[in-house]
Design a binder for this molecule. Structure first.
Ligand SMILES: [Zn+2]
Length: 271
C-alpha cells in the first residue's frame, strides 16, 4: 500500500513568487482550486482510492464547501499551514500561529481531528526541526515534509517512514520517496520530477520499493491538472519547475491509480 497525497492550494500559492506573495491580495485572484480538485476527486472516486489532502488553511476559509466534499468522499483532511509560508522564513512563534490558524480554519469547515502536516515546499531544514515539538503540541501525529536531498531538505534525512522523538511525544515522519542513483537520492513521485520521469520508470521504481516491503509517497497539486491557469512571472528555473510539462500529471496520476494500491498517509502509517 502506497500513500497518495494532494497539496491543496490554488495557482497563486507559489513560494517566493513576489507577484502573488502577499496574502492581502489573494481574495482578488480567480479561484480555480475547486474545479481542479474535483478533477482529482473524480479520478480517485472512479478507482475507489482514498487519499490525504494537505489543505491550506486559507483555502479552507475561502472554500469550506470544497473541504466538506473532500471529507464526505472519505479522504483524510490534513494541514498544509495557513498562508503557505516556508518554515525557514518564520520564527517558531510565527510558525505556531500559522499552524493554529490553519487548524482553526479546517475545523470550522469540517468535523474530525487533523493529525497530519506537510510544510509548504517541503521546507523543514536541519535548523528548523524546532517545528516538530510545536506540531506534536497541536495534536499532529505525523509529518510528511522531509526531503532527503542536498538541494531542498538534507541528504542525511531518513528515506523511509520512521518515528522522531519530541518533548511532547513521538511524531511519525513519512519523507518524500527517492531512488538511489550514483550515490545521490533522486525524487520521482510528484511535481516536476514525476512530470519529467518516464512513466514505466516511476511505476517500476515504486514496485521495486513495494517488493522490499516499503510504501512510496506520491504527491500532486490541483494546479497541475490545469494547463489553462494564469501564469505567474517567475525566474526561468522556477518557471520551468512549476509549469513544464503540466499535461503529463493527469496522465501519469491516472496510470498510477490503475497500476498500484494507494491509501491515505494516516492509513499507511497506522497512526
Ligand atoms: Zn504547497
Amino acid at each position: 500500500m502506497n500513500a497518495l497525497t494532494v497539496d491543496l492550494e490554488d495557482w497563486y500559492h507559489v513560494c517566493g513568487a513576489g507577484e502573488t506573495a502577499d496574502p492581502m491580495q489573494w481574495d482578488a485572484y480567480e479561484s480555480r482550486v475547486t474545479r481542479n480538485t474535483h478533477t482529482i476527486l473524480s479520478l480517485l472516486g472512479r478507482r475507489g482510492v482514498r487519499a490525504t489532502f494537505f489543505v491550506l488553511g486559507y483555502v479552507a476559509e475561502r472554500e469550506p464547501e470544497l473541504i466538506r466534499a473532500i471529507a464526505r468522499e472519505g479522504h483524510e483532511v490534513a494541514t498544509h499551514g495557513h498562508f503557505h509560508r516556508r518554515i525557514f522564513e518564520m520564527s517558531p512563534a510565527e510558525f505556531e500561529a500559522d499552524l493554529a490558524r490553519s487548524l482553526d480554519a479546517i475545523s470550522a469547515a469540517v468535523a474530525g481531528t487533523v493529525v497530519g502536516y506537510r510544510a509548504p515546499e517541503w521546507s523543514i531544514r536541519p535548523h528548523t526541526t524546532w517545528a516538530f515539538p510545536i506540531l506534536r503540541k497541536h495534536g499532529i501525529l505525523y509529518d510528511s515534509s522531509m526531503v532527503p536531498l542536498t538541494r531542498m531538505g538534507d541528504r542525511s534525512y531518513p528515506r523511509l517512514p520512521c518515528r522522531l522523538a519530541t518533548a511532547y511525544g513521538e511524531i511519525a515522519e513519512f519523507p518524500l520517496t527517492t531512488v538511489r542513483c550514483f550515490g545521490e537520492n533522486l525524487p520521482f513521485t510528484g511535481g516536476l520530477p514525476m512530470r519529467l520521469a518516464p512513466y514505466f520508470y516511476i511505476l517500476s521504481s515504486i514496485r521495486r520499493l513495494n517488493e522490499r516491503g516499503h510504501p512510496a509517497l506520491v504527491y500532486v497539486h490541483p494546479w497541475e491538472f490545469d494547463s489553462e491557469q494564469p501564469k505567474i512571472k517567475l525566474p526561468w528555473s522556477r518557471r520551468f519547475m512549476h509549469y513544464f510539462n503540466l499535461a503529463a500529471t493527469p496522465r501519469k496520476f491516472a496510470g498510477l491509480l490503475e497500476h498500484l494500491r494507494f491509501a491515505s498517509v494516516r492509513e499507511v502509517l497506522g497512526v
